[in-house]
Design a protein around this ligand. Structure first.
Ligand code: ATP
Ligand code: MG
Length: 399
């Protein structure tokens, strides 16, 4: 850890990979993000594509969003774009809007808590606000090395202050700086490490892994809405089985969802039936994403608790209620998930004509999909569900 800092002090220059030495092509960058980058560059500011977008482009993946980092201050960004709105109180961010799309444009920042000596030689003159920083400090305030890379619009090079290029090649998630400090500073980063490792199929570097094993309980000091958001971000991309298995192994599940973790412990640990429902949910997530749909959080929660509800013979309110209390999941997600769990018994019997109120319920299509997940995970026949589907379609035709 200390070696990391002292080495850094000697080599103050970043690794720069010129255009022919990396695979990022402008045709894979969102045209509106390019507009923002070019305009800032033309006005004389430094303008980089930053964060997850650069990581995903280097991995040949399709980025979810394209964020811009710049030397321009928020009010300067606002002046540069008519379609720009400033948001956030503590850190003012510029949102440059293109219809529904937002290109988040942030002034380079520094992390006042951890940068310490890095700042000493990195600061280049007075800033209006001491939260602003340089490209270097902005790289160091980020969470993991693979998330700390920049793509420079001026010469199309990739700039690496933190060893992210090497870690992308090695497929590791490594904390930037001392993980014991960085995870205490923001425990949600431990969940993010799991999110990236599971999503990208990366391993977690040894020091980062050790810190997570020591500090997992700090997650209880993080705010419920942030934790809740990160929990739901573990589901898309079809890797929730890996992600929740890691949450359980690191002890984070025991902290956040103790009843579920205790069930996994008693139900065979790595062999628990919890994982087979999540694996089936993952296949469904991938199939839905291919068709351009996002799976509802109700289905995701129901799948997470399917094994427990099955083993405990119902009382879904009590079972999912634990998640409502500890993570403060939205009420609608809670009610949706309990309805779906309760529907398993009913949808395992052939439908009776005349009793159609259930079919008209807003959550019925989700309940039907959830039941297909359950039936597939358990290797049962889908014929009865097909009958319910037919009835649902008839109902639609009649209306
Ligand atoms: P995704 O594809 O899920 O959006 P991402 O890497 O873009 O992944 P975001 O949550 O969108 O993640 O954050 C954008 C960038 O901001 C990250 O790549 C990282 O550099 C930085 N970042 C986000 N959250 C933190 C955090 N808690 N601590 C430090 N840096 C963070
Ligand atoms: Mg992102």
């Amino acid at each position: 850890m200390f070696g990391f800092l002292s080495k850094r002090k000697k080599t103050a220059a970043p690794v720069v990979r010129a255009r022919p030495e990396h695979c990022i092509s402008r045709k894979n960058i969102d045209p509106d993000a390019l507009k923002v980058l070019y305009r800032l560059d033309k006005l004389g500011y430094t303008a980089y594509l930053v964060g997850g977008g650069v990581r995903d482009l280097l991995l040949g993946r399709n980025p979810k969003d394209f964020d811009v980092g710049t030397s321009a201050k928020p009010n300067e960004v606002k002046r540069a774009f008519r379609n720009c709105f400033l948001v956030g109180r503590r850190f003012r961010l510029a949102h440059v809007r293109f219809g529904e799309k937002v290109i988040e444009t942030a002034t380079f920042r520094q992390n006042s808590q951890t940068v310490g000596e890095i700042i000493e030689h990195a600061a280049e003159g007075p800033f209006e606000d001491n939260t602003f920083g340089t490209p270097e400090t902005d790289a160091y305030r980020r969470d993991f090395t693979v998330n700390g890379l920049f793509y420079n619009i001026r010469d199309f090079s990739v700039i690496d202050w933190v060893g992210g290029l090497k870690d992308l090649e090695k497929k590791v998630i490594r904390s930037i700086g001392d993980p014991m400090i960085r995870f205490r500073e923001d425990p949600v980063r431990m969940m993010r490490a799991i999110k990236f490792a599971s999503r990208l199929g990366f391993s977690i570097e040894r020091g980062t892994d050790k810190a997570m094993k020591k500090l997992h309980a700090c997650i209880l000091t993080a705010s419920a809405p942030r934790v809740c958001e990160e929990v739901f971000r573990l589901f898309p991309y079809g890797k929730s089985r890996e992600a929740f298995l890691m949450l359980w192994e690191y002890g984070l599940m025991g902290d956040l969802l103790p009843e579920l973790a205790a069930f996994v412990d008693a139900d065979g640990g790595r062999k628990s039936s919890v994982w087979k429902y999540l694996a089936t949910l993952d296949r469904y997530e991938v199939a839905m994403a291919k068709q351009g749909y996002e799976v509802s959080n109700g289905i995701r929660v129901a799948a997470l608790y399917a094994a427990m509800a099955q083993a405990k013979g119902g009382n879904s309110r009590e079972i999912v209620g634990t998640m409502l209390r500890s993570l403060k999941i939205p009420k609608a997600t809670y009610f949706g998930a309990t309805l779906m769990l309760d529907s398993v018994k009913r949808l395992s019997q052939p439908p009776q004509k005349g009793r159609r109120r259930f079919i008209r319920n807003r959550d019925f299509p989700d309940a039907l999909d959830f039941n297909r997940i359950v039936v597939r995970a358990e290797g049962r026949d889908e014929k009865i569900l097909d009958q319910w589907s037919d009835l649902y379609n008839e109902e639609g035709d009649e209306q």
